[in-house]
Structures are given as C-alpha cells and as structure tokens.
Ligand binder design. Structure first.
Ligand SMILES: Nc1ncnc2c1ncn2[C@@H]1O[C@H](COP(=O)(O)OP(=O)(O)O)[C@@H](O)[C@H]1O
Ligand SMILES: [Mg+2]
Length: 285
C-alpha cells in the first residue's frame, strides 16, 4: 500500500483533482470542453449521460489512454498530464482500469490474468515469464475469494461467464492496490441481475479498500441505487454534480434533454471509431 502517498490525502490534498480537462480529437470533434472534478474522499462516482456525451473520453483522459488536449489531472497531488512516458507508466500502476469487454487474456488462467495485473500494462510474454513473489500470489487468492471466485484460479478465462469475467477484471485491477479505480461501462455486456451484483461488489470494495472509483454507466437506475455521487455529462461538459439522492427528474432532463431517460438505453454507446473493431462481439458471453 502506498502509505506515503495516501498520507498526503490526509493533509488536505484531494485524492483526485481534475481541472480544465479538454479533448479535441484529430477529427476536430470537441469531446471534452473543460471539465473540473474534485474527489476528496473514497466514494463511488457515477458518470451518466447520453451516448456521445464524452463519458469515455473523460475517464480515458484521466489515465491518458486518450491524450488530453488541455487541463490537469492531479492524483494525490501529482499531475498525470505533465508526466513523461516513464512517469506515466508508474502513475498508471496507481490507477486500476476496468472495461466493458473485460480485456482478459482469453487463453490464460484466472490466476495468470490476475498476476499480469500486478505488472501494470505489460505484455503477455512478460506476464508469463515473470516470477511472482509469494505475497502477490497470496494476495491474488485472497482477492479471488473476495470477488466470489474462490476455487476458480486454474480456470481459463474463456471458460467463464460474463459476470465471472468481470469479477476477474475487478480483481486484476485491485492487484495493483490502486489509489483510484476507473470503470468504463463495466456492466454494459451483462444481464440486469448480474449488473446489480457487480455494482454492489464495486460499491463494497470502494468502502472496504477506501479507494475512490469513477464509473461510466448508462443505466440511470443502477447509478442511482449504488453511487454516492452522480456526475451528469452533456456535450462534453458537466451539467450535474451532486449526491445521488439529488438526481431529480429536472436534473435528468438537463442531462438527457428531451430523450426519455426513464427507459433503458441501447446496450452500448454509439461506438467510438476505435471500439468498432470486428471480433469485439466474441468477447461478450
Ligand atoms: N477516437 C475518436 N476520434 C474521433 N472522435 C471520437 C473518438 N472517440 C470518441 N469520439 C467522439 O467524441 C464524442 C464523445 O465520445 P465518448 O467519449 O465515447 O462518449 P460516451 O462515452 O459518453 O458515449 C462522440 O461524439 C464521439 O463520437
Ligand atoms: Mg462510452
């Protein structure tokens, strides 16, 4: 646990401070128009908004999977946007990322997937060759138990159900002992009951591990039921930011416009060009 870094949080530096974060894609599309968010305690923050509102761009600019055009992202005081490649690699190990498509290595066992998470974002080859210290293996077993996958360590990832795969994704992200969790539509490929179970697990983990999480989610009811705080985005801007109980019908209309937000939206967002890769469907079980 990075006790040193966490101690900073106690001295008044917010866990996360995003300021003036903006993104213009090479196409000229202004996806993020200058966003400010401060998270000063471990809480579950849900980001809602119509397809194309900028939710994924926002979350991906935080760990620079998408390179921001302007602004700063301070994680326990350190500006991630200002880091060079080496600094960024180190900073990314402090941020756990969980995706809709799970991003597991299909042919590897659950345990191998978890241990590869300990290395940050390194390749498969390194993950296979690396000899992991016993405390990492112990931590992996404990996490598997915690996410409800006790006994699954030898199963191949491609033999698991969607819900089980997402539990592996969550456990893998937690192997890094992150200071922040980012989740981009983690339940979008799951059925409603499994989605609720995954949301409950995430909420419990935020509290247990005192780790803040930002979760993009298009399901308003799920966000309302589980998040501490809700951020509403529209056209690349934040138009709502308050505790979940303050999300009134008027606020929903501000976020979604005249769209009927009371009905579930399509299962997936309008795909960003990069997400439209053929074969991505095969990951949905
Ligand atoms: N790689 C990209 N290149 C160009 N435009 C993009 C790219 N990714 C996303 N966009 C556009 O930026 C806007 C915000 O997209 P996104 O952040 O994916 O929104 P959301 O996650 O809320 O659906 C959309 O208009 C989308 O089409
Ligand atoms: Mg998205």
């Amino acid at each position: 646990m990075s006790a040193q870094v966490r101690a900073v949080a106690g001295s008044g530096v917010p866990l996360l401070a995003v300021e003036g974060l903006a993104k213009v894609y090479p196409t000229g599309k202004k996806a993020l128009g200058g966003v400010d968010v401060v998270i000063d305690r471990p809480q579950l923050v849900a980001v809602i908004g119509s397809s194309g509102a900028g939710k994924s761009t926002f979350i991906r600019c935080i760990n620079r999977l998408v390179e921001p055009t302007a602004g700063s992202v301070r994680l326990n005081g350190e500006d991630i946007v200002a880091l060079d490649r080496k600094g960024l690699r180190a900073a990314r190990r402090r941020i756990g990322m969980i995706f809709q498509e799970y991003n597991l290595v299909e042919r590897l066992s659950v345990m191998q997937n978890l241990l590869s998470g300990r290395l940050g974002y390194v390749g498969l080859f390194a993950a296979l060759r690396y000899r992991f210290p016993p405390e990492d293996i112990q931590a992996a077993f404990a996490l598997l138990d915690r996410v409800g996958l006790d006994g699954y360590h030898d199963q191949r990832a491609d033999a698991l159900s969607g819900g089980q795969r997402q539990r592996v994704g969550i456990a893998r992200a937690l192997m890094q002992r992150p200071e922040l969790l980012l989740l981009d539509e983690p339940t979008a490929s799951l059925d409603p009951k499994t989605s609720r179970q995954i949301m409950r697990l995430v909420r419990e983990l935020v509290a247990e591990r005192q780790t803040p999480a930002i979760i993009n989610i298009h399901d308003v009811a799920l966000a309302r039921a589980h998040a501490d705080r809700i951020i509403g985005m529209k056209d690349g801007l934040i138009v709502f930011d308050a505790e979940a109980s303050a999300l009134t019908d008027a606020a929903l209309t501000r976020i979604y416009g005249e769209e009927d937000w009371s009905r579930p939206q399509d299962a997936d967002d309008e795909p960003a060009p990069a997400a439209a890769a053929p074969g991505s469907l095969s990951l949905i079980s």
